[in-house]
Design a protein around this ligand. Structure first.
Ligand code: TMP
Length: 214
């Protein structure tokens, strides 16, 4: 039986890394076999592209170049890790996927949504996440946390207005695809956010198991 594809999304500082650990623990407790990965990245070549696209640099990086680099990394990741893992019957838990491109390059940079959709079709035609957990919090709060954590990469150095647009684009996608998204208020205390993530994963796994009994 094919594995299931779970993605986590949200702006920097919403606690995505912590919640990847919650998803991992929940799937382990449910006895699922899975791989955890991230975007951009997840394979040697895709991780090299990640380093290129995130590094701060003096030269301007057009939104179109960002878009192409994100999808170049994704094409490798889908072909070499995501698809083979799902086909082998294991779940894939991915820290960001194409919703991030709609949010950051589309919403944040203003790249036309039709360009994102065209590359999505080329890169992973029929493949869509089965469950997307969107950790949502106001950028003013989330960015405070992100700044405390690490030196800024090219995205973390962006303005509050940029992250407001990214957040709005994420929420618009969640509204358009309510069957796939679970939106979690990440401004709540950590224990409550973690409990919401665990229960969303449990509910989806239950539904999948009922749909396709083994
Ligand atoms: P991370 O810090 O959550 O690992 O993500 C790396 C950065 O890359 C983050 O600022 C969001 C950005 N990004 C995009 O702009 N477009 C994409 O398609 C993806 C996957 C990430």
């Amino acid at each position: 039986m094919r594995g299931r594809f779970i993605t986590l999304e949200g702006i920097e500082g919403v606690g995505k890394t912590t919640q990847v650990a919650t998803v991992r623990a929940t799937l382990e407790a449910l006895g699922r076999r899975f791989q955890v990965t991230r975007e951009p990245g997840g394979t040697p070549l895709a991780e090299d592209i990640r380093a290129l696209v995130l590094a701060p640099r003096a030269e301007a990086v057009p939104g179109s170049a960002e878009l192409l680099l994100m999808f170049a990394a994704r094409a490798v990741h889908v072909a070499n890790l995501i698809e083979p893992t799902l086909t082998a019957g294991q779940d894939v838990v991915c820290d960001r996927f194409t919703d991030a491109t709609y949010a950051y390059q589309g919403g944040g940079r203003g790249v036309p949504v039709s360009d994102v959709a065209a590359l999505e079709a080329i890169t992973h035609g029929g493949l869509q996440p089965d469950l997307t957990l969107l950790l949502d919090a106001p950028p003013a709060l989330a960015l405070q946390r992100a700044k405390r954590r690490s030196a800024a990469d090219r995205f973390e150095a962006e303005t509050l207005a940029f992250f407001e647009r990214v957040r709005a684009a994420y929420l618009a996608r969640a509204n358009a695809e309510p069957h796939r998204f679970v939106v979690i208020d990440a401004a709540q205390p950590l224990a409550i956010v973690s409990a919401a993530v665990a229960s969303a994963v449990q509910a989806s796994v239950n539904a999948w198991t009922t749909e396709t009994p083994s």
